[in-house]
Design a protein around this ligand. Structure first.
Ligand SMILES: Cc1cc2nc3c(=O)[nH]c(=O)nc-3n(C[C@H](O)[C@H](O)[C@H](O)COP(=O)(O)OP(=O)(O)OC[C@H]3O[C@@H](n4cnc5c(N)ncnc54)[C@H](O)[C@@H]3O)c2cc1C
Length: 472
């Protein structure tokens, strides 16, 4: 049920709040030609964690980071702030990588929530880090028990203690929506104010001596030795380059086979702590449901609900345009879904709405590697789950860019070739049709009915073709 949505704003509510608290010191655009040991393209979490871990490995390394907007201006400062590892991906991971690699990846990514919390404390970054777990609740009868596969796989790997099954009553004690039934709780998950984390990272990088140029889009990139990143105001020549461009990398020839783009949209309410108390949602848990086009929701310390809806695609996704930052229909739908889940918030104003692009990889996990030139490294395809994993991604990319042969460079997300998407002209219309079917199926089930057989068939096509995307 779409409702009146808030008007578009230049930046996400998170970023406005963060810049209001601390705009940070300016990082003017690049002016002139310079040299560096490593040039990083993209000032999101991936680029920034990479710069950070490079400096941790070798404080003397000269790192330049180029960002077309401001650091965190993209998805890294617009997301839901769910900070978790890959516990919820166990079933897909076992199918794709097998038991040993899955365990190794779970352990590596599982460190990120605690490590990011400790990092924030150490560097005095107040990113509202809240380590209270992640509740996956059934929000309609069709979703009941959908967590069973995850639990079975967890038991097989011996990591079942990470999970707790909750009865409808136990779910209500944590977050009482009239839509919720039972659920599954993952203990090791946190939330952050995503833009505060991004801007905090930026501040720490400047303290570490990383040279950051904002408002500096890279217009051409030369894959030589040195690699050359050309911008309007000058070029950077560097022995090593790291591509952390998120969804924008989809149109690079080397990455196009492995990425597609979807949108995700969020709204945030005004503070209403008394209403959160009425629905028992005072513990700070991240909450999601079991849709494929996921609803993800969390609270803020001042008593707001931030509510997002994934799997929304404005058009054929042949480029990223302004509809990914704001699309009125999708923002209104997201606001309507929030009120359906929490009718008592009907008279609480919705203060802001925004969106961002999601770079989707076929196995539903990111991939990392080095291009044949040997000095250009990449980390892409987080598929809507990058806040925690980009921290691991930064460690991997710092290892790749220093040519370390270690546990990070041998992880399966580095060594395994990602899944290819079909070529155009099949890809764009195909992905749009399938995404629409997935969302239609979810919406129909939310409305209390079952989707028609054709919709169900189309929604399951990705699984039939070996992608870890869409309903099982
Ligand atoms: C609405 C929304 C909600 C989300 N919610 C969650 C969540 O709750 N939990 C979670 O784990 N994940 C979530 N995600 C996904 C998460 O935000 C991303 O996986 C993560 O931010 C990826 O970080 P990144 O650094 O790889 O990419 P990005 O954040 O996309 O950073 C890439 C940067 O590259 C810059 N850039 C692009 N082109 C150029 C160029 N030519 N030159 C220079 N710079 C360029 C961009 O401006 C951008 O800042 C969400 C995403 C969205 C959009």
């Amino acid at each position: 049920m779409p409702v009146d949505g808030p008007p578009p704003a230049e930046r996400s509510w998170w970023m406005q709040e963060s810049l209001g608290a601390d705009p940070g010191e300016p990082c003017p655009p690049l002016a002139g030609d310079i040299e560096a040991d490593v040039v990083i393209l993209g000032g999101g979490y991936t680029g920034m964690w990479t710069a950070h871990f490079l400096k941790e490995r070798d404080p003397g390394i000269d790192v330049v980071l180029l960002e077309q907007d401001i650091c965190g201006g993209g998805p890294s400062g617009r997301n839901g702030g769910f900070l978790d590892g890959w516990w919820g991906h166990i079933a897909d991971m076992r199918t794709t990588y097998g038991d040993a690699d899955t365990l190794e990846l779970l352990m590596a990514a599982g460190r990120s929530p605690s490590e990011i919390g400790a990092w924030c404390e150490r560097h005095e970054v107040d990113a509202w880090f809240t380590h209270r777990g992640d509740l996956a609740a059934a929000s309609n009868a069709y979703q009941e028990g959908r967590w069973q596969g995850t639990l079975d796989e967890a038991r097989t790997l011996g990591v079942q203690d990470e999970f707790e099954v909750l009865s409808p009553e136990q779910v209500r004690q944590r977050c009482a929506s009239p839509l919720f039934g039972g659920g599954m709780f993952i203990r090791d998950a946190a939330t952050v104010q995503p833009a505060r984390l991004a801007r905090g990272l930026r501040r720490v990088l400047l303290e570490q001596g990383v040279r950051i140029y904002e408002q500096t889009p890279v217009r051409r990139f030369g894959f030589g030795r040195p690699a050359v990143a050309e911008t309007a105001g000058g070029a950077v020549r560097a022995g090593e380059a790291v591509i952390g461009l998120g969804a924008s990398a989809t149109w690079w020839k080397a990455f196009h086979p492995y990425l597609t783009v979807r949108g995700s949209y969020m709204v945030i309410t005004a503070p209403a702590p008394e209403k959160l108390e009425e629905i028992n949602w005072t513990g700070g848990e991240a909450v999601r449901n079991m849709r494929s086009s996921l609803h993800y929701l969390r609270t803020t310390p001042d008593g707001r609900i931030a509510f997002g809806c994934g799997g929304l695609q404005p058009g054929l996704a042949r480029r990223i345009d302004e509809r990914y930052a704001y699309e009125e229909g999708f923002v209104r739908k997201t606001a309507g879904d929030l009120l359906r889940m929490f009718p008592s918030f009907r008279d609480v104003p919705i203060e802001a709405g925004w969106g961002g692009p999601i770079n989707v990889a076929g196995f539903n996990l990111p991939f990392f590697g080095t291009l044949p030139s040997g000095n250009v490294h990449y980390g892409l395809g987080y598929t809507g789950n990058g806040v925690g994993p980009s921290h691991l991604g930064g460690k991997i990319l710092a290892a790749l860019a220093t040519h370390a042969d270690d546990g990070f460079t041998r992880l399966a997300v580095v060594t395994r070739e990602p899944k290819r998407f079909p070529p155009e002209p099949i890809r764009s219309p195909g992905v749009l049709i399938v995404n629409e079917a997935i969302r239609r199926k979810d919406d129909r089930e939310d409305a209390g009915g079952r989707a028609d057989p054709i919709t169900r068939f189309v929604a399951r096509i990705p699984r039939r073709l070996g992608y870890n995307l869409g309903p099982r």
